[in-house]
Design a protein around this ligand. Structure first.
Ligand code: NAD
Ligand code: UDP
Length: 321
C-alpha cells in the first residue's frame, strides 16, 4: 500500500475527489488537495480540515503548479454535462492545459500520475459493452465535444509523455459514478432523480428513457482508482472502471420512486443532442489486472444516496414567503 506518501489530488473538492482524499488519508497518506471550486465548495472537505496531513490549495490546473509530491491523481474537470457545457472553452482548457501542467509536474518530480478519463471517450458507442480496445464514436463539434475531445486529448498526452519520457502513467476510464456528496443541483441523473423524488417534484426523464447507463457506487470507484495507482508500473491502462449492471433511465426513475416512496410523477423532456444511447463497461481488464470489481448493487447504493440527500434537504433553511 502507498501509505505514508505525499499525494496530490487535483479536483479534490469535487464529488469523487473528496471521497478519494478521505480514503487516502485513512490509509496513511499525506494529501494535498488542489481545486478552483468551479463545481464544488469546501463543504465536502470540512471533516478533513483538522487533519494535519491534509492541505487544501485553491488553484486552477490551467496554470503551472510547483509542489513536491510522489503520486498525482488528476481529477480536475467538471463532470456533469450541465457544468461542462456552461463554459465549454474552459472545459477543454482544463482537460488539455491541465493535463500538460500536471504531466510536466510529474516529469519534474518523477511522480506516478493517474488521469481520470471517462466512458465519454467512447462517445455514442456502436460496440456494446465497451472494451478498452474500442476507439469510440465521438462527434468532434457537438455540445459534448468540449468534454469528450478534451478527455481524449488528455489520454493522448498521457501516452505521449509515457513514450517520450518514460513517465509512469495510469489512465482510468470512469463510467457513471454516484453517491453521497454529489452536488444537489449538478444536473446528473442520479442527483436529479433523487432530489426530485424527495421533494415530490416531477421526475424529468429525457427522451423516452430507453437509453441505458451503468452506475457505479462511489466507494467501489475509489477502491478501483487506488488499486490502479498502486498497480505495477507496466499497467498504464486505459482501464475501464465502472459497474457493468446496465439500466434504462426509466428503470432508474422507477427504482428511485420505489426506494423513496415518493408521489412524484415521471415526465418526459427533450433528449439532449448526442446523448449516448447505451453505455456499459467491459471490466475484464480491471478484474484481471487489478483484481477489482464493484460490490455495491444499485438499490443498495441508491438507498445510501437517498439517506444523504434526505439529510441535506432537512438541513436547508426554511423558506419564508
Ligand atoms: P465534480 O465536478 O464533482 O468534481 C470536479 C472537481 O474539479 C470540482 O471540485 C471542480 O471545482 C474541480 N475543477 C474543475 N476545473 C478545475 C480547474 N481548472 N482547476 C482546478 N480544479 C478544477 O466531478 P466528479 O464527478 O468528482 O469527477 C471527477 C473526475 O472524474 C473528472 O475529471 C471527471 O471527468 C471524471 N469522471 C467522473 C465521472 C462521474 O460519473 N462522476 C465519470 C467519468 C469521469
Ligand atoms: N437524464 C435524464 N434526466 C435528468 C438528467 C439526465 O433523463 O434529469 C438522462 C440523460 O439524458 C442521460 C442519462 O440520464 O441519458 C445520464 O445523464 P447524466 O447527465 O447523468 O450523465 P451522462 O452519462 O449523460 O454523461
Amino acid at each position: 500500500m502507498d501509505s505514508g506518501r505525499r499525494v496530490l489530488v487535483t479536483g479534490g473538492a469535487g464529488f469523487i475527489g473528496s471521497h478519494l482524499c478521505e480514503r487516502l488519508l485513512a490509509q496513511g497518506s499525506e494529501v494535498l488537495c488542489v481545486d478552483n471550486f468551479f463545481t464544488s465548495t469546501r463543504s465536502g472537505l470540512v471533516h478533513l480540515m483538522d487533519d494535519p496531513r491534509f492541505e487544501l490549495m485553491r488553484h486552477d490546473v490551467c496554470f503551472p503548479l510547483y509542489v513536491e509530491v510522489e503520486n498525482i491523481y488528476n481529477l480536475a474537470c467538471p463532470a456533469s454535462p450541465v457544468s461542462y457545457q456552461m463554459d465549454p472553452v474552459q472545459t477543454t482548457k482544463t482537460s488539455v492545459h491541465g493535463a500538460i501542467n500536471m504531466l510536466g509536474l510529474a516529469k519534474r518530480l518523477k511522480a506516478k500520475i493517474l488521469q481520470a478519463s471517462t466512458s465519454e471517450v467512447y462517445g455514442d458507442p456502436a460496440v456494446h459493452p465497451q472494451p478498452e480496445e474500442y476507439w469510440g464514436n465521438v462527434n468532434p463539434i457537438g455540445p459534448r465535444s468540449c468534454y469528450d475531445e478534451g478527455k481524449r486529448c488528455a489520454e493522448t498526452l498521457f501516452f505521449d509523455y509515457h513514450r517520450m519520457h518514460q513517465l509512469r502513467i495510469k489512465v482510468a476510464r470512469i463510467f457513471n459514478t454516484y453517491g453521497p456528496r454529489m452536488q444537489m443541483n449538478d444536473g446528473r441523473v442520479v442527483s436529479n432523480f433523487v432530489v426530485q423524488a424527495l421533494r415530490n417534484k416531477d421526475i424529468t426523464v429525457y427522451g423516452d428513457g430507453e437509453q441505458t447507463r451503468s452506475f457505479c457506487y462511489i466507494d467501489d470507484m475509489v477502491d478501483g482508482l487506488i488499486r490502479l495507482m498502486e498497480s505495477g508500473d507496466s499497467i498504464t491502462g486505459p482501464i475501464n472502471l465502472g459497474n457493468p449492471g446496465e439500466f434504462t433511465i426509466r428503470e432508474l426513475a422507477e427504482i428511485v420512486l420505489n426506494i423513496t416512496g415518493s408521489s412524484s410523477k415521471i415526465v418526459h423532456r427533450p433528449l439532449p443532442m448526442d446523448d449516448p444511447k447505451q453505455r456499459k463497461p467491459n471490466i475484464s481488464r480491471a478484474q484481471e489486472l487489478l483484481n477489482w470489481r464493484p460490490t455495491v448493487k444499485l438499490r443498495e447504493g441508491l438507498a445510501r444516496t437517498v439517506a444523504y440527500f434526505e439529510k441535506q434537504i432537512a438541513s436547508e433553511p426554511l423558506k419564508t414567503v
